[in-house]
Design a protein around this ligand. Structure first.
Ligand SMILES: *Cc1c(COP(=O)(O)O)cnc(C)c1O
Length: 374
């Protein structure tokens, strides 16, 4: 079945009480045992399992083509759970351009767990190979990456990991399961911040891990999920599940809007550079064509000049809200270097744009008026 259909029909729900078409939210933290002292539906206590969470997990597994999925309270909780599957002494490769929270978890949190890590340009398979150590157990991938939209060849990177006896995990938040399927390309697991496109309305925090196989790794991660308890609430699961129903129509329109906006910006004399994998000028264009069905709804733009010019441009915009995060229906814009702090490698004149569902002519018009005043 196609993802549009899976999003709606992969986890049929039957409401024996009211024949409701939309599933109710199960707030109960505890579940009754029957005469035989069994748990009739398998639910015991909501940290260990909840109908809304199970439905979300099954839908995510179906969308990514995985054997099982785990839902977490945030994307960071999902990443952390995966890292906690590793053992002290293990070494991790992370992309040099990635969601800043991922290397931060390794540097400031999992350092006491005894994990070491190296940042590497994962767009260059030869650089991945030369960064490998005997202790390398995990190659973390993120494509397209945050905030430079670098594109990593997932098939090549996953093959390097497999050959080395390491696991490969892809943060596929920006691509969504609609545009990119890392498990089909050889990755062992996929991570999503469901806060973003999957929920799609900037009103719920969540994360997920989806595993290709139900093996040792998935079992360990489930243990961390249910014992550690960084689980999403039933309402959070319900909201993400609702968002998934419209994922395909939202993301397709956002990708079309982003491409048109990127093409407009690239031609503008006040723009130094546009980072969008759907542009022929992008270094990852050919790989993106191969492994993504569309280039997505995120782009970054470098305004000619420095941080002040970028900030001045941004403040003139009417339709792009200055806020962090992404993947919602409304367009957002952010000066990443300010958020990432003094050590950031992100260019000072770079603005990251999450393109929303406004009419693209209005979005282009707004950017045109703000650029004209520079
Ligand atoms: C937002 C984001 C995360 C972190 O997810 P949270 O839900 O904020 O914890 C991780 N990776 C990417 C690519 C993101 O955009």
């Amino acid at each position: 079945m196609h993802p549009e259909t899976l999003a709606l029909h992969s986890t049929p729900f039957e409401d024996k009480n009211a024949s409701a078409v939309v599933p109710p939210i199960y707030l109960s933290t505890t579940y009754e045992r029957d005469e035989a002292y069994e748990l009739p539906q398998g639910y015991l206590y909501t940290r260990a399992g909840n109908p809304n969470r199970q439905q979300l997990e099954q839908t995510l597994a179906a969308l990514e083509g995985g054997a099982e999925a785990l839902a977490f309270a945030s994307g960071q909780a999902a990443t952390l759970a995966l890292l906690q599957c590793l053992k002290p002494g293990d070494h991790v490769l992370v992309p040099d351009d990635a969601y800043y929270g991922t290397p931060s978890l390794l540097q400031d949190f999992m350092n006491t767990w005894g994990l070491s890590f190296t940042k590497v340009d994962t767009t260059q398979p030869a650089e991945i190979v030369s960064a490998l150590r005997p202790a390398t157990r995990l190659i973390w991938l993120e494509t397209p990456s945050n905030p430079l939209l670098k594109v990593t060849d997932l098939r090549a990177a996953a093959a390097i990991a497999r050959e080395h006896g390491a696991i490969s995990v892809c943060d596929s938040t920006w691509a969504t399961p609609l545009l990119q399927r890392p498990l089909d390309l050889g990755c062992d697991a996929v991570m999503h911040s469901t806060t973003k496109y999957l929920s799609g309305h900037s009103d719920v925090l969540g994360g997920a891990l989806i595993f290709k196989e139900s093996g040792e790794l998935a079992t360990r991660a489930r243990q961390i999920q249910t014992l550690g308890g960084a689980v999403p609430s039933p309402f959070d699961c319900w909201l993400v599940s609702r968002g998934i129903k419209t994922l395909a129509v939202r993301v397709r329109q956002q990708a079309a809007n982003a491409l048109a906006l990127a093409e407009f910006l690239e031609k503008h004399s006040a723009v130094e550079r546009v980072h969008y994998p759907g542009l022929k000028s992008h270094a990852g264009y050919a790989i993106a064509r191969r492994q993504m069905s569309l280039a997505g709804g995120m782009l970054s733009v470098q305004i000619r000049g420095g941080a002040e010019d970028a900030l001045r441009f941004m403040k003139k915009l009417q339709l792009f809200t200055m806020a962090t995060s992404l993947g919602g229906v409304e367009s957002l814009i952010e000066h990443r270097a300010s958020v990432e702090g003094p050590d950031t490698l992100t260019p000072q004149n770079l603005l990251r744009v999450s393109v929303g569902l406004e009419h693209v002519d209005d979005l282009i018009g707004d950017m045109a008026q703000a650029l004209a005043g520079l």
